[in-house]
Write a protein that binds this ligand. Sequence first.
Ligand SMILES: NC(=O)c1ccc[n+]([C@@H]2O[C@H](COP(=O)([O-])OP(=O)(O)OC[C@H]3O[C@@H](n4cnc5c(N)ncnc54)[C@H](O)[C@@H]3O)[C@@H](O)[C@H]2O)c1
Length: 436
Amino acid sequence: MGYTKIGVIGGCGHIGLIQAACLAKLNHKVIAYDIDKNKIEGIKKGTLPFKEDGLEEVVLETVNNGLLSFTMEMRDLQDAEIVFICVGTPSLSNGEADLSQIYSSVEALAQKVRTPCLAVIKSTVPAGTSRRLTAYLEERKLSKHITMVSNPEFLKEGTGVKDFWEPARIVVGSQNEENSKKIADLYKPKDVPVVLTSWENAELIKLVSNAFLSSKISFINEISLLCEKVGADVRIISRGIGLDPRINLHFIEAGVGFSGPCLEKDLKSLIKQYEEAHINARILKSVLDVNEGQRQAIVEKLEAQLGTLQGKDIAVFGMAFKQETDDVRQSHNLPIVKNLISKGAKVTATDPWVKSTEQAGLSQEELPGVEWIASPYDAAEAKDAVLILTAWKEYRELDIQRLKQSLRNPLIVDGRNLFNVEEMKKFGINYIGVGI
Ligand SMILES: NC(=O)c1ccc[n+]([C@@H]2O[C@H](COP(=O)([O-])OP(=O)(O)OC[C@H]3O[C@@H](n4cnc5c(N)ncnc54)[C@H](O)[C@@H]3O)[C@@H](O)[C@H]2O)c1
């Protein structure tokens, strides 16, 4: 038996839509609320606003059986027992998380609800947000029906639906264990560790988790710099250390660094919280610094090989921030491409799922003169180099002989270490990776 009504605010976003559809699949009656009319209309016509493996089937099934519906009217959530808040929390220019979408949506909800409602923050927010929001609602006499709960989201884009069904843990923070349990039980977790804790602990677990993952990436990237100088191969180092279960093999692949809608912004938000607490976040700031260095270094490698980038034709492989997603939000592939352009290069971009500057959410002025070509072989045609930025499976499976024939100059600079140096040598490719 499911709940009468669950609301999801930001219900057409990456997190909100997965949350809404999968909860409906668990037999809860879910209303997804969003302010983006285009997304709602698209979903109603069967077109999801982004690609996510397995999501379309769940949305179709739950819309068709009447368990999932969409609305732009907050009043439709007025008698919801539980409302998940899944709106964006982007970085402000000073690194602080912008909580305006959180505040405005919770306030709008509080103005409409008529019955007791748990307002559950799934968005990633600074420690203390649930407490401050509670005070904010109390000051405005809007707290009568609303109780704040924190239930951070850990899913990964590309495997979001699978991660919903098989989470590593469920974390819920509140001031009342009964409320926390109610949220955890909603997911019907089988053999999944559940952490029921305070607001601040739950909020911080999410940020610290992402900061730790970022640290692993910057750590191995710093090791890669030494590998290049002493003739070592960072991939062997990664495997050699990662086989130790205390370290493990995840997030220790050297490359062009991390980007995308979460890791960098969450790290910046955490650093800002240290600043506000007058603590010097020495490790966290270095993590960011090393990451920015990787972005510069990959362009410098290309420049060193070609002498200059002025007038050179470069094929950039991959624009999404990672494979298996069409998400280019905060993808550092974009600033890398801008850097190439600023140095006088002419860029041809290719990506299996991102097909145009418009789809990347950018204007022609932001990516001037970038040509988009779907086939990587055609994109490489008569180019001075290929620069690989996203670890798409399609690139690992490239026919290197064919790629070489397309290129004017057989140079591949690989920010994702997809290939074997010796094999590439056999093909006559000048292959430059990261830490190898
Ligand atoms: N994307 C991820 O992989 C991921 C993973 C874990 C946590 N998170 C966190 O989840 C949150 C949401 O991220 P996302 O990637 O889903 O963002 P998103 O931009 O894809 O989705 C946000 C949605 O909220 C809607 N929205 C904005 N303001 C609104 C309002 N006032 N009322 C109703 N809807 C509103 C937008 O139209 C959009 O559909 C962020 O805090 C993010 O850090 C994201």
